[in-house]
Write a protein that binds this ligand. Structure first.
Ligand code: ADP
Ligand code: MG
Length: 365
């Protein structure tokens, strides 16, 4: 079944197997999110939720302004689509500085990162997405740059090699990652502020949806927004995508406005259930419950059982299932809870003892 709106979908070449459908509820950026920038809040007051984060930032920004210095280096972590890139852009506009946006895989060669560092103006923000993927050489260039605003470059080779230090303009590095645990300790300790982004509440999601419906000139009623919000996995990026899908659906069905009924009908078509779970999520839980007595099951086994790769499961799928209380990560593997069994309409006794010690590999502690 077509999951993304047809105008975004490339026609399959004749005789080729169509590629696997991207999941509409997947939090990572997809081709159809290309218009995402139009929905990115331009002012801090439009960045809803994440009050803890905004509070810490307010203090950091005010202090840096008073001292007329660059902001402390910051690390934002948490699942995709929660607003890490957006908040970084807002910080730049609050500080009245430029932001240079890049991502770790684009910084493969030493000269990539050195070139960027040299080009920064005083107070500029360098935003590195997926910072856990930086290679060792790039990281080592960053250490003195972050600490002393110095760029160490090696001149010559072998015995004749020597290091020359070039001064840099004071700048702020903002790193974003879905995997705080994968960042090396020396890099992590060089960030002054480390903040986790949280899933949004249903109310926050509803407010974001109503605001974005206005921007997109969609007739969205409060109960329609509530219905979408509940299924949007606490993730604004997913909410925006579902909103666009529901808009298309309403248009085709000539619905004047989007109320709870229209929204539910549109989302049912995608097989996104009332908790926001899609078939892949449900497959993980039912595999655990029906094939492995609820677990614990090692992540590799689970990945093989449902033909997904480990990183996708860990970064894109599990955080939300854990947030819902449907899945736990334990030292011995993944466990489905009684709540998950109930959600799927299965016997809760299928779940493993749900009281195993928790460990949360997104946290830094
Ligand atoms: N706090 C927020 N308030 C309103 N919209 C948000 C918020 N955070 C994120 N969004 C929306 O979600 C989209 C994805 O956010 P983004 O910053 O790209 O996520 P991340 O970088 O964490 O993957 C943005 O385009 C924006 O429309
Ligand atoms: Mg991002």
């Amino acid at each position: 079944m077509a999951i993304i709106p047809s105008d975004q979908q490339p026609p399959p070449r004749p005789g080729t197997k169509p590629p696997a459908q991207p999941r509409l509820v997947a939090p990572q950026q997809q081709a159809q999110d290309i218009s995402e920038n139009s929905l990115r809040p331009r002012e801090l007051k439009d960045y809803l939720g994440q009050s803890e984060l905004k509070q810490s930032l307010g203090i950091a920004v005010a202090a840096a302004r008073q001292r007329a210095e660059a902001l402390d280096h910051m690390l934002f972590y948490g699942p995709p689509g929660l607003g890490k890139t957006t908040i970084s852009m807002l910080i730049a506009s609050e500080m009245g500085t430029q932001i240079r946006i890049t991502s770790a895989p684009a910084l493969e060669r030493p000269r990539d990162i050195a070139g960027l560092l040299v080009s920064l103006q005083p107070g500029d923000i360098l935003f590195i997405d997926e910072i856990h993927r930086l290679n060792k050489v790039a990281e080592e260039i960053l250490y003195p740059a972050m600490e002393d605003f110095m760029l160490d470059i090696t001149i010559g080779k072998g015995q004749a090699a020597r290091i020359k230090r070039l001064p840099l303009k004071p700048f702020t590095l903002i790193g974003a990652t879905t995997r705080a645990g994968a960042i090396s300790a020396p890099l992590r300790t060089r960030f002054g502020l480390v903040q986790r982004l949280r899933f949004y509440t249903a109310e926050e999601m509803q407010a974001i949806l109503l605001k974005n419906a206005q921007i997109l000139q969609i007739q969205l009623l409060p109960d329609g927004a509530e219905a979408i919000a509940r299924r949007a996995r606490g993730t604004p990026r997913v909410a925006n995508r579902l909103l666009k899908w529901v808009r298309d659906y309403a248009q085709v069905h000539a619905a004047a406005a989007i109320d709870a009924q229209v929204a539910a009908a549109a989302l049912d078509m995608l097989q996104v259930d009332h908790a926001g779970l899609d078939p892949v999520d449900r497959q993980i839980l039912s595999t655990l419950l029906l094939n492995y007595q609820g677990g614990p099951v090692g992540i590799d086994t689970l990945a093989a059982a449902i033909s997904e790769d480990v990183a996708t499961i860990e970064d894109m799928i599990e955080p939300f299932l854990m947030q819902c209380g449907f899945l736990q990560r334990t030292p011995r593997g993944r466990v489905a809870t009684a709540l998950a069994a109930e959600h799927l309409g299965l016997d809760p006794r299928l779940a493993a003892a749900a009281t195993l010690p928790l460990f949360e590999d997104l946290s830094l502690e």
